[in-house]
Design a protein around this ligand. Structure first.
Ligand SMILES: O=P(O)(O)OC[C@H]1O[C@](O)(CO)[C@@H](O)[C@@H]1O
Length: 242
């Protein structure tokens, strides 16, 4: 694993945007895997600026998001589709029909998972996957205990994840209990992975990811086995790494 240490959140976001821009420029039809949460917001802001400055175009880019809450429609401000539109897609020159997020209100959720997985495969594989990490080591919404062989599936969200994300909702009761997420195996098939980590509250998680044993109890630990992972982390997040 390649670890890039940066000063703070801004620098992390800028560094990540440089890698995304490089990938998009190099490839004819780049396929990006994108994440939600607070961590990649700064990256998306940088990409919007890079697009405005004409440093990069997203016209040939296809994106697949990692996950979506079950029960939240695209027009729900807490859905991840809404998040992505607001934070990135509405502000860059990407074709909306090339942006994919699982449908959390599909009538048949199992079928939605299978067809999302199939859609990713029909595009070859993800060229560059952006990841954040949950405090309990989740990547996407793959909670501890998820098999490393998992592909896109429905998950029961951990209470700790629901509490961590409750800040976006009016009350804890409104936080969905389930989500659709791409699986660990789906994520591991990405050609390149960039994991972003910022803040002291992630220090234990990043230390365990890098130095801990590879175990389904801590999903992100599987990244030790990927041949092209770059972690971009700020000083606070790296404070417990020796
Ligand atoms: O970036 P945050 O908000 O700390 O979230 C960490 C992770 O949790 C999720 O938001 C899911 O809970 C992921 O998408 C994200 O990578």
């Amino acid at each position: 694993m390649n670890i890039i240490s940066v000063k703070d959140y801004q620098e992390m976001s800028k560094k990540a945007s440089e890698i995304v821009v490089k990938t998009v420029k190099e490839l004819e039809k780049p396929v990006l895997g994108l994440a939600t949460g607070s961590t990649p917001e700064g990256l998306y802001q940088c990409l919007i600026e890079n697009n405005k400055d004409k440093q990069v175009s997203f016209q040939n880019v296809t994106t697949f998001n990692l996950d979506e809450y079950v029960g939240l429609a695209a027009n729900d401000p807490n859905s991840y589709r809404y998040f992505m539109d607001e934070k990135l897609f509405n502000h860059i020159d990407i074709s909306k029909e090339n942006t994919f997020v699982p449908n959390g209100v599909a009538a048949k959720l199992e079928e939605e998972c299978a067809s999302y997985e199939e859609l990713i495969r029909s595009h070859g594989s993800i060229d560059l996957q952006i990841l954040g990490i949950g405090l309990n080591g989740h990547i996407g919404f793959n909670e501890p205990g998820t098999p490393f062989t998992s592909r896109t599936h429905i998950v029961e969200l951990d209470e700790s994840t629901r509490s961590a994300n409750a800040r976006f909702f009016a009350s804890m009761d409104e936080v969905p209990t389930q989500a659709i997420t791409t699986g660990i195996e789906t994520i591991m098939e990405s050609k390149k992975i960039v994991l972003l980590v910022s803040g002291e509250n992630k220090a234990d998680a990043i230390a365990r990811l890098v130095n801990g044993e590879v175990s389904e109890d801590f999903p992100a630990s599987i990244l030790q086995k990927h041949q092209d992972v770059t972690i971009i982390a700020d000083e606070a997040a790296l404070s417990k790494l020796n």
